[in-house]
Design a protein around this ligand. Structure first.
Ligand code: SF4
Length: 486
């Protein structure tokens, strides 16, 4: 007997037929989940568990496959009123339902829990598939609802309104007749011996990042049309349809914005485009002591500290290099290492480490500015100090947005792309943690780690990562000064 298709297979098929085929026929080709992706999954599970607390009569169906199917039937028979993770199978499909609740009218209300902040198209399909199966097994389904995170009014410590329950019965019912048609197409695809020849595109990352990109994107050259800043997907799709992947193959006089044209020309001539006068004017704004500053922050779906909303950022770490006019450098840092609220001690350290004079250089100013303003709002005794710090922020990224383009930045202004080109002896590649989302995942893991040696290693890795962010800014600043001298 052919294996049952799961909800996850169905959703993959909607995203890309090739993804479905690979997932079923050649799952070994999938890239393993990164710690950051695993954290998103873990967070989704945590949200699911939390949602169940709103249904005190719910009975959890445990086990997998046939065991779960049987347990569901056993629970429904005696007249249970609410089930979590109920399992059903129909028409070659296997689904688990987050919450299934009996109404006074005798029908079942189907509720899917998502950790997103709004209803998305894929949620409607998710529920349409479940409803198709439930109707198929003979259940009478009333409303279909999506229970998602309320980012508008919910605020810790009051989590009573953490969720919004949106009735999307109409949208789901509109999709219902499409489910068997989609299934027919998916099954036809799965009978093929060879993987479908589908082109890459926006669907490789949306609605979910595909784990098969390594194989599908291997023919994409390093300097491709995908590196052109802010080139929209309509244009990319049209270029792909014409077989244009490399920037060198762009049609002559292809319509681009000024910024895009500057990048493409720098790639074609393999020459950086540098406005030294503008860079000199910008750098002249800086005053000693120059602080090079960077936050690491977390944004959990379920807030855990006073005054925070779901997904609202709070900082747990910073690094600050301070460059004096005589060339000497000091380093300050803060990392919160236990499960208490990091903000009070972080603010105390921060307002000590940052002098009341001098510039504060950051990379991507809006991030640090919003965290400082939020901290100022949450801790009124520090509001004016933190506002003064926020007002002194100076954005190094602007140099690379407006005045310094290099073909090897690959169309990005990220410090991760800029650093290795300008300062070859410093690199994120040598770090255990190489990205902000990895730092978030490691910080969460460190907080609950009971193995002291492992925990110490994670603390060191976190410090090394954040320290590199600010050291990178120091070295880029020095590089720019040297370039202007020459
Ligand atoms: S990488 Fe893109 S084309 Fe390849 S299977 Fe995934 S979604 Fe489909």
């Amino acid at each position: 007997m052919a294996a049952l298709l799961t909800k996850s297979n169905f959703m993959s098929g909607l995203q890309c037929l090739k993804k479905l085929w690979l997932e079923v026929q050649e799952p070994h080709q999938a890239t393993a989940l990164s710690p950051a992706q695993q954290r998103i999954i873990d967070q989704g599970e945590e949200v699911g568990h939390y949602a169940r607390q709103h249904f005190p009569n719910g009975q959890l169906i445990v086990g997998n496959g046939n065991e779960a199917l049987q347990a569901t039937q056993d629970a429904i028979a005696p007249g249970v009123s609410c089930l979590f993770e109920a399992a059903f199978s129909f028409d070659g499909l296997f689904v688990r339902c987050d919450i299934l609740q009996k109404t006074s009218a005798g029908t079942w209300e189907l509720i899917e829990v998502k950790s997103s902040s709004k209803v998305k198209d894929e949620h409607q399909w998710d529920l349409a598939l479940q409803k198709y199966v439930l109707i198929g097994v003979g259940l009478s389904i009333g409303a279909t609802k999506l229970m998602h995170i309320n980012t508008q009014t919910c605020c810790f410590p009051d989590l009573a309104d953490l969720f919004v329950i949106a009735d999307i019965t109409e949208e789901v019912d509109r999709l219902l007749p499409e489910v068997p048609k989609q299934l027919e197409q998916f099954r036809a695809t799965l009978t093929e011996n060879l993987e479908p020849t589908l082109t890459i595109g926006n669907h490789c990352t949306s609605p979910n990042p595909c784990p098969f990109t390594q194989a599908c994107w291997q023919h994409v050259p390093e300097v491709s049309i995908f590196t052109i800043p802010r080139l929209d997907w309509k244009k990319k799709d049209m270029l792909l349809a014409q077989g244009v992947l490399a920037i060198a193959d762009l049609p002559l006089n292809y319509a681009l914005s000024g910024n895009q044209r500057t990048y493409v020309d720098s790639v074609l001539t393999n020459q950086p485009v540098i406005d030294k006068a503008a860079i000199a004017t910008s750098l002249a704004e800086l005053e000693y002591p120059i602080h090079f500053f960077d936050f690491e922050a977390q944004n959990p779906a379920i807030p855990r500290f006073d005054g925070l909303k779901p997904y609202e950022q709070f900082s747990f770490q910073y690094s600050c290099h301070v460059l004096q006019s005589d060339g000497s450098i000091e380093h300050h840092e803060y990392l919160h290492t236990d499960q208490s609220d990091p903000r009070p001690s972080l603010v105390a350290a921060l307002t000590t480490d940052i002098a009341s004079i001098g510039s504060i250089v950051v990379y991507h100013k809006s991030f640090e500015a919003s965290l400082l303003r939020k901290l100022g709002g949450d801790f009124p005794e520090h509001t004016s100090k933190l506002a003064a710090i926020a007002n002194r922020l100076w954005d190094l990224e602007d140099i690379f947005k407006y005045h310094y383009k290099h073909p090897s930045f690959r169309g990005s202004t990220s410090i991760k792309n800029v650093l290795p080109i300008l300062v070859s002896n410093l690199s994120y590649k040598s770090q255990t943690i190489q990205r902000g989302d990895q730092a978030q995942a490691v910080w969460e893991e460190m907080l609950i780690c009971l193995d002291e040696a492992k925990r110490t290693q994670m603390i060191n890795d976190l410090k090394a990562y954040c320290q590199l962010d600010t050291l990178a800014m120091v070295e880029i600043y020095k590089f720019l000064l040297k370039m202007l001298e020459n």
